[in-house]
Design a protein around this ligand. Structure first.
Ligand code: IPE
Ligand code: IPE
Ligand code: MG
Ligand code: MG
Ligand code: MG
Length: 313
């Protein structure tokens, strides 16, 4: 790596930890502001939200917003653009949906996991029924938060419902369960990963575009770039399940093989799965380069995209 590359890497890594702190503050403020939540339920939601999450999805929302710039090609402010503070709130909504999906993913009826974000999973720390309700509560709260996010809130609610719903993340989770122990090929794994993971990552980039007031076609293209990166992200997740330790991961490694999960590692072996993950990540990065104006803010997002498929946790 050249010295220049080291400096760029250092910059985006430091920027990422600053954003994480901002997202955490905003998450605490949103949850703290809601009245009438029973104490045990609030504690369970907080337990899962404030473990060691990477906050990748909210940061993608924010850095897409940053990279798109405030003005259109004629120098005018775009329709329905919102401030960075409102964009943080949109990221908070996405993180709430994501966290709900993790709580349910870990339940004994699904992946049956005891460790998440370096802590006991929600159903272990509380109980199964409370974990189901904590997930339900976070999902409803997310849509409440999103509905407050500016003139294009209804469009964002629709996009989020599609990405999180039965033809998106939830549908992917169903396919993931159906495929446990069943014969699958690489295309079937891709369909699972597109639903369970890439849909929410595509959503994050699409919402960053809506917050900047870009047109619908650009929102769709941003979502498609995010889909490629999301496939690479899940490819890396499956690789890490084989190669990483529980201390680094903050979750239990080796679970995929133990459950007979459909992964590219299982279908084609570790090295081919690593190559595939790299190809998908590069494809997503090329899409980013085509969509976004050049400059340091795009470079930072590019660095984050690199991290998505080359991460260690
Ligand atoms: C874990 O997501 C579930 C997948 C979709 C692979 P992350 O790896 O983003 O988990 P956190 O949010 O950092 O805990
Ligand atoms: C989880 O995929 C996807 C969602 C939570 C929607 P995994 O089951 O592979 O995620 P981990 O490995 O438990 O984080
Ligand atoms: Mg799972
Ligand atoms: Mg799991
Ligand atoms: Mg996994």
């Amino acid at each position: 790596m050249t010295d220049g590359a080291v400096i760029v890497e250092d910059l985006w890594r430091r920027a990422m930890s600053g954003e994480r702190a901002e997202v955490d503050r905003a998450l605490r403020a949103e949850l703290g502001a809601r009245r009438g939540i029973p104490t045990r339920l609030r504690q369970a939601m907080g337990h899962s939200l404030f473990g060691g999450g990477k906050r990748l999805r909210p940061i993608l929302v924010l850095w897409t917003w940053d990279a798109l710039g405030a003005r259109d090609s004629r120098g005018g402010r775009r329709r329905g653009a919102v401030s960075r503070d409102v964009t943080v709130k949109v990221g908070v909504a996405v993180e709430m949906i994501h966290t709900y999906s993790l709580i349910h993913d870990d339940l004994p009826a699904m992946d049956d996991d005891v460790l998440r974000r370096g802590r006991p999973t929600c159903h272990v720390a509380f109980d199964e029924a409370t974990a189901v309700l904590a997930g339900d509560g976070l999902q409803a709260l997310a849509f409440d938060v999103l509905a407050e996010c500016g003139p294009r809130a209804a469009e964002m609610v629709k996009l989020a419902a599609a990405a999180a719903g039965p033809a998106g993340m939830v549908g992917g989770q169903q396919l993931d369960l159906d495929a446990e122990g069943a014969p699958v090929d690489a295309a079937a794994v891709r369909k699972i990963h597109a639903g369970k993971t890439a849909a929410m990552i595509g959503l994050s980039m699409a919402l960053g575009g809506v917050c900047r007031g870009v047109d619908e076609d650009t929102v769709t293209e941003l979502g498609a770039a995010g889909q490629w990166l999301g496939l690479a992200f899940q490819g890396a997740d499956d690789v890490l399940d084989v190669t990483a330790s529980s201390t680094t991961l903050g979750k239990t490694p080796g679970k995929d093989a133990a459950c007979g999960k459909a992964t590219w590692v299982r279908v084609e072996g570790l090295e081919a799965a690593q190559r595939r993950t790299r190809r998908l990540g590069r494809k997503g990065q090329r899409a980013l380069m085509e969509l976004l104006p050049s400059g340091p803010v795009r470079d930072r997002l590019f660095g984050l995209a690199d991290y998505m498929w080359q991460r260690d946790r």
